[in-house]
Design a protein around this ligand. Structure first.
Ligand code: MEV
Length: 301
């Protein structure tokens, strides 16, 4: 089977949110990009029930199984009007780590089932699967997974590409898997209770606005500072954990301009902006026992 790096049509990209997670659910802007890791699918006709295998995530399900991946697969098959297919996926994305793994899987499956679809039609089909994983997703993960690049996303206007160079980032993994749906629901509860959560959502939205300008004008020091402030806001929102805070600290000590958790939090990944010092930051994280890698924001499908 084609490797995730080289598959063309049936590929879905992972994503990283630079600024704006959680606030994007409430209509604010997020600044984000697709990364050079993802999911690639191949399919062939099956004699029996439709089956989906993802050995990298130790998943092997059939339609009708009581498993979230089986439910998403089933929904995608129905929406694509396909049946009796055997789909195999390969991936270099960690699952449930805030890097858009479920969206990348849904986009790759959608592309393999319906290679005739592009643009909005592809996005709409893949979203049918993504909605089985996450209640009330903003849509940012699927939009970036389909389109690639770096962009601004809002719920109302969707994804708008930003004309800026691709950006190397260091990713550190906490090793803690979590559910985006549960994290988003927890934030919704705190926002509904009033208090500080609503203010943090507004603060994150303002940081994303400023981040867009910093990115467009190439002011990376400013961007790094905004990222670190965003991590503080996400901490105050209650979605960080000790491992993420530790990685942010380690990245800063190793020379990063800024660092923050990315995605829903509660576990998952941290990102650090460290132009020219990416290997040092990656090694500092590894020396503290965290898995880490360097990736490029702005990958294209
Ligand atoms: C998911 O990658 C980021 C969140 O903002 C949820 C969403 O946008 O659907 C936490």
């Amino acid at each position: 089977m084609t490797s995730p790096e080289h598959a063309s049509r049936a590929r879905g990209l992972g994503k990283i949110i630079l600024l704006g997670e959680h606030a994007v659910v409430y209509g604010h802007k997020a600044v984000a990009g697709a990364i050079d890791r993802g999911v690639a699918c191949e399919q062939e006709p099956s004699e029996g029930a439709s089956r989906l295998r993802i050995p990298d995530w130790r998943i092997d399900v059939q339609v009708g199984d009581e498993h979230p991946v089986a439910r998403a697969f089933d929904a995608l098959l129905s929406a694509a009007e396909c049946s009796k297919v055997d789909v195999r996926a390969r991936t270099d994305l960690p699952a449930a780590a805030g890097l858009g793994s479920s969206a990348a899987l849904c986009v790759a499956i959608a592309r393999s089932l319906r290679p005739d679809l592009t643009g909005d039609a592809l996005r709409v089909l893949a979203s049918v699967g993504e909605e089985c994983f996450h209640e009330r997703p903003s849509g940012i993960d699927v939009a970036l997974s389909c389109a690639g690049g770096i962009g601004i996303f809002t719920r109302s206007a969707g994804l708008h590409a930003l004309a800026c160079p691709s950006l190397p980032l260091v990713v550190g993994l906490s090793g803690v898997q979590r559910s985006t749906a549960a994290m988003v629901a927890g934030v919704a509860g705190r926002v509904a209770d009033g208090g500080q959560a609503k203010a943090q959502i507004e603060r994150i939205g303002t940081l994303a606005e400023a981040g867009q300008q910093a990115l467009l004008s190439g002011k990376l020091e400013l961007l790094g500072g905004l990222m670190s402030e965003c991590h503080q806001a996400l901490q105050d929102l209650g979605v960080s954990i000790n491992a993420l805070d530790t990685m942010v600290e380690v990245a800063g000590e190793a020379g990063a301009l800024g660092a923050k958790l990315t995605g829903a939090g509660g576990g998952g990944a941290m990102i650090a902006l460290a132009p020219g010092r990416e290997p040092q930051v990656r090694e500092a994280l590894q020396s503290r026992g965290f898995d880490a890698f360097i990736t490029t924001l702005g990958a294209t499908p």
